[in-house]
Write a protein that binds this ligand. Structure first.
Ligand code: GLV
Ligand code: MN
Ligand code: MN
Length: 427
């Protein structure tokens, strides 16, 4: 066999990078904010516009599009009838005033890389052992509807479809209604045997930049404890009401916010905490607050620490309630355990990075990702590219184009191995 008859290994060409740049620019323009960020909440008008554009793009590239009952969009590319699938994607929803890379990079990057791989395999008549599917998971962010990772959790069965559809936003609109309103309440997906799931994402932290690495291969994720808590006091006039008779729910919330931060300070970098959202009733400048709802998060790699906090912080909130003459209730609690990603897939990623001459390192993810849901279901990999200044969930979130392209090279190498070698790629 002459070397010219050996099919070239699939790779991204300058035209393929351009196709990615164009699709990513399209995503960045839908729900764009004046400061260069993205505001594209789940099932909003902007989300519908982006979903429509994505479905159109997939169809033009030869993917078969299927929207499932929770609004996940699958782009299916059959290469080997009846074979298992390699699934790859992330999410197109964003945080309010969020960044344009978080999630959108993983969906657009996967779509272009898969279209490129399928085309090159066909051009060289190479036989694939796997089919390819790209996915946009519904409501990864958990910004409009809680819990987060909704679409991927329904896909794996960790969350029931009924529970997910019944989740309501701050206005009381259910996810079911919101999806119906934008035309993305689809139908059950025929069985999809997933051999492997790969997700590309921006790091959203500073470690790759600090270590001067180009690729992060996530080997494990932190655990998270998320609470929605309400203090109830008594609505009264801010002026005449006697100070020692007030039952101010916002005062109780303020003490709680400070206490949440104090826990992080007690445990140093082993614990990250925040109260990201506070809702008050009646929310008027001259009324003592009757109700204050806080959204609290504790994240750590140390699950024993989170178990300890679950009890001790519960007691702290009871004391705060007592001291402010309010009542406190835990409205919702969610625990996401620490999770290991698939070792053989991570090793495959590190080996491919070395072959490509990319500086890679294994790392942990503190942020939540659909790859965490998927890791309970099938071998899953999560690959990071650097985030400038580690800034994320922020309109100034930024990753250089060269880094985005390097991530596509990594994904192409991984998908090629998985597609051509099948099971053997994970040995
Ligand atoms: C999502 O971005 C999360 O980390 O919760
Ligand atoms: Mn994300
Ligand atoms: Mn996010």
């Amino acid at each position: 066999m002459s070397t010219s008859s050996i099919p070239a290994m699939p790779r991204m060409t300058p035209q393929d990078y351009q196709a990615f740049d164009a699709l990513f620019a399209l995503s960045s323009s839908i729900g764009a904010t004046p400061a260069g960020g993205l505001h594209r909440l789940t099932a909003s008008a902007a989300d519908k516009q982006m979903r429509d554009a994505f479905c159109t793009w997939l169809t033009q590239q030869g993917f078969h599009v299927h929207v499932d009952e929770i609004g996940n969009i699958f782009g299916l590319m059959t290469l080997c009838e009846g074979a298992p699938w390699v699934l790859c994607g992330s999410h197109l929803d964003s945080q309010p005033l969020g960044g344009r890379f978080d999630g959108a990079y993983g969906v657009t990057g996967a779509a272009v890389t898969m279209a490129t791989l399928a085309r090159q395999l066909r051009d060289h008549s190479q036989t694939a052992q796997r089919n390819l599917a790209v996915v946009n998971w519904t409501n990864e962010e958990g910004a409009r509807f809680q819990p987060s990772l909704t679409g991927s959790s329904v896909f794996t069965g960790a969350l029931s479809l009924e529970q997910a559809l019944a989740c309501c936003d701050g206005e009381g609109i259910s996810l079911q209604t919101a999806l119906q309103n934008i035309g993305y309440r689809g139908t059950a997906l025929p069985d999809l045997t997933v051999a492997a799931y790969c997700e590309l994402h921006v790091e959203q932290g500073p470690h790759l930049e600090l270590q001067q690495k180009q690729i992060g291969v996530v080997t494990e994720t932190w655990a998270a404890l998320k609470w929605q808590v309400t203090f109830r006091g008594e609505q009264n006039h801010t002026g005449p009401a006697l100070m020692d008779r007030r039952r101010d729910a916002l005062l109780a919330a303020a003490h709680t916010i400070v206490a949440v931060r104090a826990e992080a300070e007690r445990y140093g970098e082993a614990l990250h905490t925040s109260v990201g959202r506070l809702e008050t009733v009646p929310n008027s400048p001259n009324v003592v607050t009757s109700e204050a709802t806080l959204f609290i998060e504790f994240r750590s790699a140390d699950e024993a620490l989170l178990r300890h906090l679950r009890d001790s912080f519960g007691q702290q909130m009871q004391s705060i309630a007592q001291n402010t003459a309010t009542d406190v209730s835990l409205d919702r609690a969610q625990y996401r355990p620490r999770q290991q990603l698939h070792a053989a897939l991570s090793n495959l990623a590190l080996a491919q990075a070395e072959k490509l001459g990319l500086k890679a390192m294994p790392m942990r993810s503190v942020a939540g990702h659909d790859a965490i849901s998927m890791s309970y279901h099938c071998p899953s990999a999560l690959l990071f590219v650097p985030s400038i200044d580690g800034l994320s969930h922020n309109e100034r979130e930024f990753t250089a184009t060269a880094d985005l392209h390097r991530g596509l090279d990594m994904l192409m190498a991984m998908l090629t191995e998985l597609c051509l070698k099948g099971e053997d790629a994970l040995c």
